[in-house]
Design a protein around this ligand. Structure first.
Ligand SMILES: [Zn+2]
Ligand SMILES: [Zn+2]
Length: 385
């Protein structure tokens, strides 16, 4: 089958404290400390066969994520930008949908022909974190498209328990192809859903919301906020084209943060009350959350999603004075998140398609990555079959 593979040199930085397990397995917690000179190419690899608890999915649509970009891009020192859990060489791709074409012997709930979206977080179900319900923080985590083969391929094997059926979406949207494109958006949308509604339970219809970053995760947070009854959604991003998409998805205000007096602007827009719910999806908390002080409403919530490689100094005195609650969030698995995102999409209240700026063939994937370097597109969807 055809697949997009990322290869990189194993070259741990001297200051990185490599654990024995990392050295043995090459599965590393901090990718940007180890992997050098990443390159991608589309080529042939062997077709997968399912283990007993797996299904083989013929991939219909797979999105290129900011994380994929950060694995592909390198800093001036040649090291990969992505700071998280990784193992290479590997097939990229983790935001996808497709059709079940083969079923392992012990799979009970899926059959050939089912259309599904799949959790990227490969939680073990047995560690203490999983047994407590926090599957996104699994001690034995594998991540599809990061440490195990991903979906920028014609076929992918996945355990049945990570799959969520798209029947309802197909049924209510009425067009299988479109439903599968939306199906590829369930994973990134789930990341925002998890941060806003699972990690912390402070959401109320009517809130004023600020979203930092109009990349796919920020745009998904925005669309969820609109669908969940926010009365104002203010989206901040430096890219004009992304601000345009944010407008199309229902933002009441879009702002270019460059040169902006953040607190004054947000207070102006919120009648002096400040924002109730903040989503950090820019991965730049030192420019987004750190300067946010007076413009936090009393009892404001901050949901932090964007990955930042280094610690951020925060003005905690303001959090105390305003009773601010802070939720760190990672992942999208468990908690029925996929089910609820699929239902919201099927209801027509959550349509992420305005953010798809191009649909391209897997053969053109390398040029799609190149095109995304300028961060003008929100989401490019690859169609591997
Ligand atoms: Zn992603
Ligand atoms: Zn686990």
């Amino acid at each position: 089958m055809k697949a997009l593979t990322l290869t990189a040199e194993w070259s741990p930085k001297l200051e990185y404290n490599l654990s024995d397990q990392e050295r043995e397995t090459h599965k590393v917690k901090n990718g940007f400390m180890v992997w050098k000179n990443p390159t991608i190419n589309v080529g042939q690899t062997a077709d997968p066969t399912p283990k007993d608890d797996e299904v083989i999915i013929q991939v219909a649509a797979v999105g290129i994520c900011g994380s994929d970009m950060h694995m592909y891009e390198r800093g001036t020192d040649g090291y990969m930008l992505y700071p998280g859990l990784t193992r290479f060489p590997n097939i990229l791709g983790h935001e996808f949908s497709g059709r079940v074409v083969e079923v392992g012997k012990k799979v009970r709930d899926l059959k050939i022909g089912d259309l599904v979206a799949v959790e990227e977080i490969q939680w073990c179900g047995e560690c203490v974190a999983c047994r407590r319900g926090f599957v996104n923080h699994c001690d034995n985590l594998e991540e599809l498209g990061f440490t195990t083969p991903g979906a920028m391929a014609q076929f992918i094997p996945v355990r049945a328990r990570y799959c969520w059926k798209l029947d309802e979406l197909v049924d209510r949207i009425g067009d299988e192809k479109e439903a599968l494109i939306m199906g590829a958006m369930v994973e990134p949308t789930g990341v925002s859903y998890h941060a806003m509604f699972n990690r912390i339970h402070t959401w109320q219809p009517g809130v004023y919301v600020a979203v930092f970053g109009a990349g796919p995760i920020g745009l998904a947070a925005e669309a969820l906020a609109v669908a969940a009854g926010a009365s104002q959604v203010i989206v901040l991003d430096t890219s004009e084209s992304r601000r345009e998409i944010a407008k199309r998805l229902g933002a009441t205000h879009v702002l270019d943060p460059i040169g902006l007096d953040l607190n004054t602007s947000l207070l102006d827009l919120t009648y002096g009350r400040g924002v109730d719910f903040v989503v950090e999806a820019a991965g730049a908390p030192d420019h987004t959350i750190a300067p946010l002080t007076r413009a936090l409403a009393v009892n404001a919530t901050i949901a932090h999603i964007g990955l930042a490689g280094k610690p951020t100094p925060l003005s905690l005195v303001h959090y105390q004075q305003r009773g601010v609650q802070f939720a760190g969030s990672l992942g999208h698995a468990g908690h029925g998140t996929f089910q609820n995102v699929i239902r919201m999409m099927a209801s027509g209240r959550l349509d992420m398609r305005p953010m798809v700026s191009a649909r391209m063939q897997l053969d053109d994937a390398v040029s799609a990555f190149k095109r995304l370097e300028s961060r003008q597109d929100a989401k490019i969807i690859l169609l591997p079959n």
